[in-house]
Design a protein around this ligand. Structure first.
Ligand code: MN
Length: 379
């Protein structure tokens, strides 16, 4: 095995097209509403309140005021496009930034999800060769969420849904979320499980040392979510469900062999587990794709490719929270053949999210088909 893949590029470092698939945006209305709701319910969402800086100690930098990325987070035009041009991103797959609409009561969540999806569709219509997007949906109301996913895909041309992990401490393996999974499966669109702060029942030991967010808590939260979907038997009930997780698989590729081994010893068996038809790693490899978002480390990328296969690893920058230029520089320095690079930086994204070819702007009602449609129904 080549232990220094960063130092020997086999070939060209710029693919024909570079797509980044976990790129954040929000609406000013949603940012304001989130701060209002979290500020009024600090005890119900202690992790999210910490992430929003409502209970966290002042940053060590002493910086005051809104975070520097907030201005670009709400921009869906010139400023974002200039950043994309400067860093070499041809197309962003946009998703409503965490925690999306999942901290609101159901009524407000429904309204804000529709608003976010309509605004996102407008931005894509303005810049059809530069943006695609995933739908925000409110799991608080699973029947509505399923209908909104269908509207977003069929009417607005969005490419799937984003779920910011737990909703009020509940995960998608819960029976009440079945309408969402049924609809995603029927539409054959992926669900991107994006991080948020760990659920209230497990967040306490993360708070006092500030380990809630991207430094550790996000990976624990989404890794748990993915494993719950496997061990609950949810993926046996939904054999065509397609899932995407970021951050190089949230640690799971590193653990796959251990998970299989201990499943063989009786691990993963609780009162809500179901007997599995296959090894846990098989569900992970067949149902999940992973993205690099914010994990630009060559050994982790090497392990992800080795364990999952090149076709299940997608480039993402996690704009504007992470440094997109650094992400591009580091993947460009990673040793990949031309076809491997094209797969990770564009072709896998086009296949998984059914993105239109670059010359065919996606106009609702006359959607261009993807360059390479999946035939097995999986990612
Ligand atoms: Mn992200």
């Amino acid at each position: 095995m080549n232990m220094a893949p960063d130092t020997h590029s086999k070939t060209a470092r710029r693919p024909a097209r570079r797509i980044a698939v976990e790129e954040g945006f929000t609406l000013p209305e949603i940012w304001t509403a989130a701060r209002r709701v979290l500020g009024g319910h600090l005890g119900e969402e202690p992790g999210e309140a910490f992430v929003f800086g409502l209970t966290a100690p002042a940053p060590r930098s002493g910086r005051a005021g809104p975070p520097p990325w907030l201005a670009v987070l709400t921009d869906l035009d010139d400023r974002r496009l200039a950043d994309m041009d400067a860093s070499g991103i041809d197309l962003q797959l946009l998703l409503l930034a965490s925690p999306g609409v999942q901290i609101f009561d159901a009524g407000e969540a429904r309204e804000l999800a529709m608003l976010a999806n309509d605004r996102l569709a407008s931005a894509i219509a303005r810049h059809p060769t530069r943006f695609a997007g995933l739908a925000a949906i409110p799991p608080q109301d699973p029947v509505f969420a399923a209908a909104e996913l269908e509207r977003a895909v069929r009417t607005l041309g969005l490419r799937g849904a984003v779920i910011n992990s737990h909703t009020g401490g509940e995960y998608l393996d819960g029976e009440r979320f079945e309408p969402i999974l049924d609809t995603a499966e029927r539409l054959d669109v992926p669900i991107y499980i994006h991080p948020r702060a760990p659920s209230p029942a497990m967040v306490a030991p993360y708070l006092d040392q500030g380990l809630v967010g991207a430094i550790w808590g996000y990976a624990v939260e989404v890794g748990l979510h993915a494993l719950r979907l496997i061990f609950s038997g949810t993926l046996d009930r939904h054999p065509r469900l397609r899932l995407v997780i970021g951050h190089m698989g949230e640690g799971i590729p590193f653990f796959l062999d251990r998970i299989d081994t201990h499943h063989g010893y009786g691990g993963g068996w609780g009162h809500r587990s179901r007997p599995l038809q296959r090894r846990p790693s098989e569900y992970f490899r067949e149902h999940f794709c992973i993205t690099t978002s914010g994990m630009n480390w060559a050994p982790a990328l090497r392990l992800a490719i080795d364990t999952l296969g090149i076709e299940r690893v997608l480039f993402a920058a996690d704009y504007p929270f992470e440094d997109t230029k650094a992400a591009v520089e580091r993947i460009s320095a990673f040793a990949l053949s031309d076809s491997e690079r094209a797969a990770i930086e564009a072709d896998n994204a086009s296949r998984v999210f059914r993105l239109p070819a670059v010359a065919c702007p996606d106009i609702p009602g006359s959607r261009a088909e993807s360059q390479d449609t999946a035939t097995d129904g999986r990612a």
